[in-house]
Design a binder for this molecule. Structure first.
Ligand code: SF4
Ligand code: SF4
Length: 88
């Protein structure tokens, strides 16, 4: 599943990609190891949740400066979909 990162006011797409700490999270799995696309920045994804992460083992989003600066309300974006979807 192809993922995209939307540009949001105040943070550029490139900033969000650099700031995302999903890669260090105990829940994170690199879908690239399963022949799928490598994914991060799930909070901004407009293509849905992760294509391979199903088990929740803790979420680091609360410590991420993207969540703090953008005042995101949710966590577990990789399994529960993006901020916009969870807020809908
Ligand atoms: S809030 Fe979570 S999903 Fe969004 S950029 Fe930060 S670590 Fe990644
Ligand atoms: S969205 Fe949260 S739970 Fe999922 S990989 Fe990123 S930090 Fe971990």
């Amino acid at each position: 599943m192809k993922k995209t990162t939307q540009e949001k006011p105040g943070l550029e797409k490139s900033d969000i990609l650099k700031m995302c700490i999903c890669g260090g999270c105990p829940t994170y799995m690199d879908c690239g190891t399963q022949g799928k696309a490598t994914e991060t920045t799930f909070c901004m994804s407009d293509a849905g949740k992760s294509g391979c992460i199903t088990e929740e083992n803790g979420c680091l989003c609360g410590a991420c400066h993207v969540k703090i600066q953008m005042k995101l309300k949710n966590i577990y974006f990789c399994t529960k979909w993006s901020e916009d979807v969870q807020n809908a």
